[in-house]
Design a protein around this ligand. Structure first.
Ligand code: ZN
Length: 165
C-alpha cells in the first residue's frame, strides 16, 4: 500500500497550479492509485481523503479546475453529480450567446430543431428548451404593440363657439 508521502510525490505541477497525477490514468483521464489489496481508487479522491478525511456518503470529489488528473487539494471540492454538470455549464462551456430577437426568431423558425441549433451554434437541448419555453419564458412571441396615442375627445361645442365668434 502506498504511503501518503509516496502518494503526494506522484505529480507534476502544471499550468494553473494543477498537480497532475503522474501515475496511470483511467479512461476518463482520472488518476488511478492502488490502495488496499491492489484495488485501484481514483487519485483525486485519495488526495481528498489524505488531506481532509473521509468523503461523506452521497458526495463526490469534484474539480474546480476541470483537470480530472489534478490531485491538488485546493482544486477539489465536495459536491453532487448534478452540481458537477451545473458547474460545467456555469463555467461557460455552454454559455448562451442568444439575444431576445433570436429567441423570437427561433420560435418561428420552420426548420428542424437540429438545423436551427446548427444555425445559431448552440446545442439541440438549448433550442428545445427555448421552443418549449423552459428557458427564455419571459420573451413574448411579438414585441408588445405600442398603444395608440389617446387624444382628448373632440369637442363639438368648443368648435361651434369658435365659429360663432
Ligand atoms: Zn487543478
Amino acid at each position: 500500500m502506498l504511503s501518503e508521502s509516496e502518494f503526494w510525490s506522484q505529480h507534476r505541477v502544471a499550468e494553473g497550479g494543477c498537480w497532475l497525477w503522474t501515475g496511470r490514468l483511467d479512461g476518463d483521464g482520472y488518476g488511478l492509485v492502488d490502495v488496499d489489496a491492489g484495488f485501484p481508487a481514483r487519485a483525486h479522491r485519495k488526495a481528498w481523503e489524505f488531506r481532509f478525511g473521509p468523503i461523506p456518503t452521497g458526495k463526490n470529489v469534484l474539480h474546480k479546475c476541470d483537470h480530472p488528473a489534478c490531485i491538488r487539494p485546493s482544486h477539489l471540492y465536495l459536491g453532487t453529480t448534478v452540481q458537477n454538470v451545473m458547474d460545467m455549464v456555469n463555467r461557460g462551456r455552454v454559455r448562451s450567446k442568444l439575444k431576445t430577437a433570436d429567441i423570437i426568431a427561433i420560435r418561428k423558425d420552420p426548420r428542424s430543431k437540429s438545423a436551427i441549433a446548427e444555425h445559431y451554434g448552440v446545442s439541440l437541448t438549448t433550442i428545445i428548451s427555448i421552443i418549449n419555453r423552459k428557458t427564455w419564458a419571459h420573451v413574448k412571441d411579438e414585441q408588445e404593440p405600442v398603444p395608440a396615442p389617446q387624444y382628448a375627445p373632440f369637442s363639438a361645442s368648443r368648435m361651434s363657439m369658435k365659429f360663432i365668434d
